[in-house]
Design a protein around this ligand. Structure first.
Ligand SMILES: [Zn+2]
Length: 260
């Protein structure tokens, strides 16, 4: 009897642990961003990227950056996904901090990968990481504050479950919409603006600053968490701006790297 009980107990423990692990934007969020980028890039970029990704779609490789964190030989990439920055900085102070490699590296790594891919566009690993990290850079709490580890330390109750503010913005609010990634991407493609200017390096810091400002709104939203439906009503527009900006910005970068 005991032999049968142990695996069941283990499964229960694993079941309790897994929802607490943060996967950044969650599976659906990253795929929505990848799909939106795919819908916006030029045909030439699409063809070239298809070859590098061996016919896998941008949406379906968009979560790979999170999967590899559990491979001990690639665990060093875990700090590439975020950048914790203290609140209240001026734009000038922010730019300086954003590029440092302590307390996370997402801005630094996005710029580095763009540079690497410009000279080595066939590096599939770099491309998959870039797709993922441009997405992460637009999750407000991936440019959150160091004292609460980007909202991970801010415990909340959401839909009767213990979770944290970071996780709510990775996946809780997205999952509440009950849309597949394709349905969500289709909806955002029809309702949001996609500008697609020519890429310039300085844009990456502008995008990070925009996320830093969005993070402030998310931090101030905690008192509304107790009513999930009101929270959804009040903050879904911000969530959808972040997702569609991420798709737009990823398309700008991919057009720059593969559009010629
Ligand atoms: Zn990530």
């Amino acid at each position: 009897m005991n032999k049968k009980k142990t695996p069941l107990l283990l499964l229960c423990i694993i079941g309790l642990i897994i929802p607490q692990m943060t996967f950044a934007w969650g599976m659906t969020g990253h795929r929505v961003i990848g799909k939106l980028a795919e819908m916006n890039i030029s045909q030439k970029a699409k063809n070239r990227i298809n070859k590098v990704l061996d016919n896998t779609s941008i949406a379906m490789v968009a979560n790979w950056g999170d999967f590899i964190k559990s491979d001990s030989t690639l665990a060093y990439t875990a700090v590439w996904h975020y950048k914790d920055i203290p609140s209240g900085l001026t734009r000038e102070e922010f730019d300086k901090q954003a590029l440092t490699k302590d307390d996370g590296q997402v801005v630094y790594q996005v710029l580095r990968l763009i540079k690497e891919l410009k000279s080595h566009p066939n590096n599939a690993m770099d491309l998959k990481l870039l797709i993922h990290l441009v997405g992460d850079m637009h999750q407000p709490l991936h440019i959150g504050h160091p004292e609460d580890k980007g909202g991970n330390m801010i415990k909340i109750r959401w839909m009767g479950r213990e979770t944290n503010l970071h996780s709510l913005w990775d996946s809780g609010l997205i999952d509440m919409q009950q849309l597949s990634y394709r349905e969500y991407a289709d909806y955002l493609f029809r309702t949001q603006k996609f500008a697609l200017p020519v890429f310039q390096q300085s844009m990456v810091l502008d995008w990070a600053w925009q996320t830093y400002e969005a993070a402030q709104i998310v931090y101030n939203s905690v008192s509304d968490v107790k009513n999930p439906f009101y929270y959804d009503y009040k903050y879904r527009a911000l969530l959808e701006n972040c997702l569609s900006d991420a798709g737009d910005h990823l398309a700008i970068v991919l057009n720059y790297l593969y559009g010629k």
